[in-house]
Design a protein around this ligand. Sequence first.
Ligand SMILES: Nc1ccn([C@@H]2O[C@H](COP(=O)(O)OP(=O)(O)OP(=O)(O)O)[C@@H](O)[C@H]2O)c(=O)n1
Ligand SMILES: C[C@](O)(CO)[C@H](O)COP(=O)(O)O
Length: 243
Amino acid sequence: MARTAKYFGLVPAGGAGRRFGSDFPKQYALLGATTVLERSVQALLADPRLEKVFVVLAQGDMRGAALFEGNSKVTCLPVAGEERANTVLNALNHLLNNFIVNETDWILVHDAARPGLNSVALATLIDQASEHVAGGLLAMPVVDTLKKGNVAEEGEVVAQHTVPRSQLWTAQTPQMFRAQALSLAISECLFKGVQLTDDASAIETMGIGPLIVPGHVENMKITVADDLRVVAKLLDLNGECSQ
Ligand SMILES: Nc1ccn([C@@H]2O[C@H](COP(=O)(O)OP(=O)(O)OP(=O)(O)O)[C@@H](O)[C@H]2O)c(=O)n1
Ligand SMILES: C[C@](O)(CO)[C@H](O)COP(=O)(O)O
């Protein structure tokens, strides 16, 4: 008799943070006295249903491992890959092949660069996506007018046309799927050369639509350097942040 499905966090933290532009990966920048990575992991562990969080690091990244030394709820896996999708897939396959997670366990993939996730949105995602055939993700409705831009000869970007926004959402994380289903979907996409920038798009290519659950503005992704200041303000840290 298979046991009841459990919930595990999977935090891809193997990126180089090129757009952030600092001399170390942005997941180690400080918000107050705590790293972006620690906050992103703590945000997942705020929900007691999370059994454990797996932090996926670049080979040889001892900084990440040191942050969670002695924390029984966090395990670091040094299996990050070339792209985010490879990192997620490598971790999933390690967990499945070593029977650490079951095929039908729920995996919540959450960017190390999203430290502002709140417990209400997380709980709502778990509550609702658990009841949906394909799992789900946090996302926010597009509220600005969207333009398709073209780079002109002089290098400037020129608006070509306006993209209807009524059915557009900006995806956040966590994105929550069954372990085996997500592994197979990502594998299939990578084999076919499908570019993946998130996990839900792999599931979508299998023809099943993940549930969209409302995210929130504080759950923004830290991508460029100024995002750190913005997130610090959003989290009411009086702008306390440092690279
Ligand atoms: N090969 C990769 C690339 C990204 N990530 C992780 O995926 C998340 C979202 O990726 P992104 O914001 O693009 O981070 P970076 O790839 O580090 O940033 P950049 O593209 O600017 O280099 C981050 O937590 C990042 O650490 C990862 O684990 N493995
Ligand atoms: C997964 C994600 O955060 C959803 O919006 C986004 O696709 C990550 O993109 P990145 O270029 O890897 O930061």
